[in-house]
Each structure stands twice: as structure tokens, then as C-alpha cells.
Design a protein around this ligand. Structure first.
Ligand code: CA
Length: 230
């Protein structure tokens, strides 16, 4: 098995050095970034199993960075916090961070936490760090699951198949017949309005997951498409 890549975002070189050294000696492949901007760029390439994020960064803070990283990949993260007020914010925001560790910390402790979080997420689901597809969607065909901005959507079988058809061809308008043909086991038994009802239910779930997105477009008299993102 290849070494797991860990994104380390820490602006203080001395602390970063300690972390990088500890992770590398323990069999990980750490990648250090001193700013959130550099981290976002590095994360674009994917391939990271976990991120260690300092909360106090020079450009944008670690909490905001985490939100942006989550949007693309759902990357698990451990926060490094310097003050108790930062710990309060990490815990209080309920961002879904996997763990945090207060400075000063022992490198061994950090490595142990990294291992624990990786074990936990790998048990739950494989970490998906490849770039997201159109509109932040990611199809996991093996699990019959679709993620939006890294988070799994709770879809029925038909909703899953319906959304999958739309995601695979952003911008393409599918008629109700075409959608039925592709997403239903027995299209003959389904009615036109069944498609509308499922799209409606699907939209409600998408809205819940990402209120601002509204990715499904209705084309009057024609059908539906997935909004094309620039
Ligand atoms: Ca710092």
C-alpha cells in the first residue's frame, strides 16, 4: 500500500517541521502548505487522506479553509488550535471536524490522532479526494450513492438513478420519457407525473443539502436538465 498523503497547513515553519517530521517517520507522506491559499491549490489535485489545519493562518483562518475544502472533497480534518477561544469556536461551530488538538502538543499525540481519524473514516466510507464532478456532485457507483460537496445524499433508488442520468450530461435536456426510460425498472408502469413527483422530492433533498445550489432546471414542455456550471 502506498503511503497516505496528509495535507499539513501551518504557517509557523518550526511547528510545521515537527509535524512533517513526525508524520514522515510514522510512514505518512506529508505535504506542507504555509497558507490557506496554497492548501486549496494543493487540494485541487486530490489524493489527500486527511488534513491537519492550523486555525490561525495568515490569509483565511483554518475554519473557513476547512469549509472550502469540505465543499470540494469532504476531506477529514484535525484542527490545531493555539488558544482555548479557538477550541470553543471549533467545537461550537459543529463544522464536522474530526478532531482537534491544542498547542503545544506532542508530535506523537498528533500522529496517534491522525491514525485514529483515518481508521474511523476508512471504516465508515472510503475517503474520496478526487475532484468533484459537475456542480459538486460525485457518483459512487459501487455504493449506489451520490455525494454533494462531499456529503452523501440520502436518495431512494429511483432518485439516485434520476440524478445520475442528469449529472452525467450537464446541460442536456431530458424529456420525461427519456428519464423514465433510464431511471425506472419498468417504464411502462410509470406515469408522466411520476417523474415530476420524483424530481420534486429530489429537489427538496438537494435543497436541504445545499440551499443555494438549485441544480435542476425545468424546461417547460420539454423536461429537465442539470444546470451547467461555468
Ligand atoms: Ca498559526
Amino acid at each position: 500500500m502506498s503511503r497516505q498523503r496528509i495535507l499539513v497547513v501551518e504557517d509557523e515553519p518550526a511547528i510545521a517541521d515537527t509535524i512533517v517530521y513526525a508524520l514522515a517517520s510514522d510512514g505518512f507522506d506529508p505535504h506542507w502548505c504555509a497558507t490557506a491559499g496554497a492548501a486549496l491549490e494543493a487540494a485541487q489535485l486530490g489524493g489527500f487522506a486527511l488534513a491537519v489545519l492550523d486555525v490561525g493562518l495568515p490569509d483565511i483562518n483554518g475554519l473557513e479553509l476547512f469549509k472550502q475544502l469540505q465543499r470540494g472533497t469532504g476531506l477529514p480534518a484535525i484542527f490545531l488550535t493555539a488558544r482555548s477561544t479557538e477550541i470553543d469556536r471549533v467545537v461550537g461551530l459543529e463544522l464536522g471536524a474530526d478532531d482537534y488538538i491544542a498547542k503545544p502538543f506532542s508530535p506523537r499525540e498528533l500522529v496517534a490522532r491522525v491514525r485514529t481519524v483515518l481508521r474511523r473514516v476508512q471504516r465508515a466510507a472510503p475517503v474520496d479526494t478526487s475532484p468533484a464532478t459537475s456542480g459538486g456532485f460525485k457518483i459512487d457507483d459501487e455504493r449506489k450513492m451520490i455525494r454533494l460537496h462531499g456529503r452523501p445524499l440520502d436518495l431512494s433508488r429511483t432518485e439516485y438513478r434520476l440524478l445520475r442520468v442528469l449529472i452525467e450530461r450537464p446541460g442536456r435536456v431530458f424529456s420525461r420519457d427519456e428519464l423514465m426510460e433510464r431511471a425506472w425498472d419498468d417504464p411502462a408502469s410509470a406515469f408522466d407525473r411520476t417523474v415530476d413527483a420524483h424530481v420534486k422530492a429530489l429537489r427538496a433533498k438537494l435543497r436541504e443539502a445545499a440551499p443555494e445550489d438549485d441544480p435542476i432546471v425545468t424546461h417547460r414542455g420539454l423536461g429537465y436538465s442539470l444546470r451547467e456550471k461555468a
